[in-house]
Design a protein around this ligand. Structure first.
Ligand code: 13P
Length: 215
């Protein structure tokens, strides 16, 4: 039996899966989502249509990667587990195949500092992790590296990952990164876009720390 807290977390994962498809940042069951839970994590099952998911379908993964549940976990469980292990600041991970992020990732491009909002991903770029086959430990290692000091990365020939302290934050960032990718894609026909400097992005990061509702 699931307690109310765990049922709620599992429900939020399913709701977010449906939301990423509604928002147009994913299609079918290409994406997967996890949320930290106890010493492990809760993760979407592999290849099941989101609109048929029930809280009981979400899989628990222990820290050593042992699944508990009635389905197999997402094929991308390696990077979900490794990111949670390496990044104590991360409590939720959203992976999807957003069209514009994926176009850039196919071309092996990172998102450079074209717009000050690049800073919301933690620095002056959103890196693109080198290609490795889906579901592999190698892909996971590449993703963890691309996420160093960042909250998002692209995956070459694949898609994108956004992480956050909470699921709403990771979802929000996934949409922001897709927006940046779309803006960059829109600039490219004009030639190499002018970029903000490290210093300018640093100033944005500093200013953002004091932005919004305080306390
Ligand atoms: P899952 O259905 O196994 O989560 O895989 C989809 C995917 O995006 C693989 O990268």
């Amino acid at each position: 039996m699931l307690d109310d807290g765990e049922r709620e977390k599992r429900g939020a994962i399913i709701e977010s899966c449906l939301e990423m498809n509604r928002l147009g940042i994913n299609q079918g069951t290409s994406g997967n989502i996890s949320v930290r839970h106890g010493d492990g994590l809760l993760i979407t099952p592999t290849s099941l249509p989101y609109d048929r998911l029930e809280p009981e379908d979400v899989v628990f993964l222990s820290p050593d990667g042992t699944p508990e549940g009635r389905h197999r976990p997402s094929s991308e469980w390696h990077f979900h587990l490794d990111i949670m292990r390496e990044r104590p600041d991360v409590n939720a991970i959203v992976h999807a195949h957003p069209t514009y992020c994926t176009i850039l990732a196919i071309m092996g491009l990172e998102i450079p500092p074209i717009h000050y909002m690049v800073a919301v991903a933690g620095g002056s770029n959103v890196r693109c992790a080198p290609y490795a086959i889906f579901g592999s430990k190698e892909l996971s290692q590449n993703a963890v590296k691309a996420l160093e000091g960042r909250q998002a990365c692209l995956l070459e020939h694949h898609g994108a990952i956004a992480v956050g302290a909470s699921l709403p934050k990771a979802m929000w960032l996934a949409v922001e990164v897709e927006t940046l990718a779309r803006q960059y894609h829109g600039c490219l026909p004009f030639g190499a876009p002018p970029l903000l400097s490290e210093e300018q992005i640093g100033a944005v990061i500093e200013k953002m720390a004091g932005y919004g509702h305080q306390g």
